[in-house]
Design a protein around this ligand. Structure first.
Ligand code: SAH
Length: 283
């Protein structure tokens, strides 16, 4: 660990040889790594990380730590899940302290659950270090609260595709009726089908949608659109992965809560985006 990044005094867990710690790195901004994550980096012998984990975070690892990019394989396609599990298991069995570093939270659409299951099946002991998921922290970086008392009492997180790459076989009617805010991971490619399914299930065509790409990174971009136009606007704007899509009135809150614009001195676009000034005061 660099001198400037000393962990505060605490009873930090000791990384035992032969263990795999599965750790979430957050959506991108290195500051969103947890202190448990930093503790893990400082002790790991081997770090197996995803492509989405930023170089700045990896630079906090000890100098002697071996880094393996599981998102790449020297010009070939990314390794299969079974290969990654084998890699983790082999290093653990050789008595290494193995840190598996994944983007966001390992247990949210990141196959962390499968990986953990396979390791346990192989007799490898694990520890889980949660991370800030893109669907919450990434949206917050765009000024969009995942929940807000005036907007939603429920939020649904869903993946834009099933293992075959198709739109997932979800009950769109139930989601449409049951969740005022819908947050989609990996949804760029299937957004057209999802928009259509939600509109057929009764969601308004002009419902606000935000597409946040590279959330929390210096390259963050936010596209504001509507349910009807989302897929077309994504194409036209050339939005690329990783991107998180938020559907619902929570998107309007960005007009007042876009805190990143405040740094450049911009005033809020609208102090009352939901038009609630005439509503009775909150209890
Ligand atoms: N475990 C991760 C999700 C892995 S799936 C988490 O909890 O965040 C990968 C998808 O996550 C991407 O396709 C994208 O939809 C989303 N994602 C991850 N990082 C992101 C980022 N910085 N900005 C926008 N979306 C991101």
């Amino acid at each position: 660990m660099t001198d400037s990044l000393v962990l505060p005094a605490n009873d930090w867990p000791e990384f035992q040889p032969g263990w795999v710690w599965l750790c979430g790195a957050g959506p991108g901004d290195p500051g969103l790594l947890t202190l448990h994550g930093l503790n893990a980096l400082s002790q790991a012998d081997v770090i197996v990380h995803d492509a989405l984990v930023s170089a700045d975070i990896l630079n906090w690892a000890g100098d002697r730590a071996k880094r393996i990019d599981a998102g790449k394989r020297a010009g070939r396609a990314s390794p299969k899940q079974a290969e990654i599990t084998r890699l983790l298991t082999d290093h653990a069995r050789r008595g290494k302290r193995v840190l598996r570093l994944k983007g966001g939270d390992p247990f949210v659409f990141g196959r962390g659950g499968e990986e953990a299951q396979d390791l346990v099946r192989n007799g490898v002991p694990i520890r889980l270090i949660p991370g800030i998921s893109a669907g919450i922290g990434g949206l917050a970086y765009a000024g969009i609260p995942a929940t807000h008392r005036d907007v939603n009492q429920a939020v649904t997180f869903l993946t834009g595709h099933d293992p075959a790459g198709d739109t997932p076989p979800l009950d769109w009617g139930a989601i449409s009726r049951g969740s005022q805010v819908i947050v989609i991971y990996m949804g760029l490619r299937t957004m057209s089908a999802i928009s259509q399914a939600l509109q057929e299930a009764g969601r308004p065509a002009d419902e606000p949608v935000a597409v946040v790409s590279d959330a929390s990174l210096p390259t963050q971009r936010v596209l504001e659109t509507t349910l009807e136009k989302a897929a077309q606007d994504i194409r036209q704007a050339g939005v690329t992965a990783p991107a998180i899509i938020c559907i619902g009135k929570a998107v309007l809150m960005r007009q007042v809560l876009d805190w990143q614009s405040m740094a450049s001195g911009a005033p809020p676009r609208n102090s009352d985006p939901l038009g609630l000034t005439t509503a009775p005061p909150r209890k």
